[in-house]
Design a protein around this ligand. Structure first.
Ligand SMILES: Nc1ncnc2c1ncn2[C@@H]1O[C@H](COP(=O)(O)OP(=O)(O)OP(=O)(O)O)[C@@H](O)[C@H]1O
Ligand SMILES: [Mg+2]
Length: 309
């Protein structure tokens, strides 16, 4: 993998590398198309230009460790051989923001339960917690190696989900006014416990609002779609591109991976048929995405993850 990372990227990704203000780069697409390979390679290239780069895997089936042949955890760890590239693997669902931590078990439950009753809020809170941690660290560029599409879209919507949930909670709080205090007092929640839960919510709300604004700023955030020249992948890319547009998230780079180029084939009927099939979809990509940078990468003879470095 280290070898693969050192290969120069196709010139069209140069724009991405030269775009110095970019802080958040998401790499996503269908399962197995090459997201991890591309995001690791991109992170290595970025580290050559930027001060301090972090690559985060948000795929519960993490594979940064396999790609770099090094064990990573939920804390950033320097990638072997690099001085300014770190990696971490987080599971947004597992990093629970535990409201029971703010006070003893008996008093935490009422507000904690109220908070948890908002759909998706647990996952959203955990994501906010990861973002809060990352925001306090000294990285000027963060690359996300994401899980296959459905999960990634949910992740990108989390800041909005949490913001809506918190807004509801805050308006409930002001509507109920003193009544909420009385109820929580009856439930055994002391003023301190309630105050610290609310303070925690306020703090997370501030992080989430900040992240939400940053994700929607094309100077700070972009999404790189990775795909292969096949029907399902083309279809999924279109779904992803539309969903990103609906969420106001910039996307202008599509990496089409695993292309079989003519000169790689000597007299194989199967390969010639695959080339024709790929060409059909490559033409469709060209038609559909003329405003995008399309980066075309060859299918290599060997899988990259197992290439000895
Ligand atoms: N251009 C290529 N040529 C040959 N092998 C490749 C190429 N790109 C990726 N691979 C190999 O394909 C496999 C899948 O790649 P990778 O892990 O990057 O995909 P992914 O999209 O991250 O998968 P997942 O959805 O499981 O996370 C790996 O074994 C990788 O080495
Ligand atoms: Mg992967």
């Amino acid at each position: 993998m280290a070898d693969a990372g050192a290969e120069p990227l196709d010139p069209t990704l140069q724009d991405l590398l030269d775009h110095d203000s970019l802080k958040w780069i998401f790499v996503g697409g269908k399962g197995g198309v090459g997201k991890t390979t591309c995001s690791c390679s991109l992170a290595v290239q970025l580290a050559a230009r930027r001060q301090n780069v972090l690559i985060i895997s948000t795929d519960p089936a993490h594979n940064l460790s396999d790609a770099f042949k090094q064990k990573f955890t939920s804390a950033p760890t320097l990638v072997n051989g690099m001085t300014n590239l770190s990696a971490m693997e987080v599971d947004p669902q597992a990093t629970q923001t535990d409201f029971s931590r703010v006070d003893d078990a008996s008093s935490s439950s009422f507000l904690g339960d109220l908070v948890s009753s908002f759909p998706g809020i647990d996952e959203a809170m955990s994501f906010a917690e990861v973002m809060r941690q990352v925001q306090t660290m000294d990285y000027d560029c963060i690359v996300f190696d994401t899980a296959p599409t459905g999960h990634t879209l949910r992740l990108l919507q989390l800041p909005t989900t949490i913001q809506k949930g918190l807004d509801k909670l805050m308006s409930l709080r002001s509507m109920m006014g003193g009544a909420l205090d009385q109820i929580t007092a009856m439930m055994g929640v002391g003023g301190d416990a309630q105050g610290s839960i609310l303070a925690k919510l306020d703090e997370l709300k501030a992080v989430v609002e900040e992240v939400n604004t940053q994700f929607r700023d094309p100077d700070l955030t972009t999404f790189v779609c990775v795909c292969i020249p096949e029907f399902l992948s083309l279809y999924e890319t279109e779904r992803l591109v539309q969903e990103l547009a609906r969420n106001d998230i910039d996307t202008c780079n599509i990496i089409i991976n695993q292309i079989i180029f003519d000169d790689a084939v000597v007299g194989s009927k199967l390969m010639r048929a695959r080339i024709r099939m790929q060409q059909r979809y490559l033409d469709q990509f060209d038609d559909l995405y003329e405003d995008f940078h399309l980066v075309k990468l060859p299918l290599l003879e060997e899988e990259l993850a197992n290439k000895s470095s």
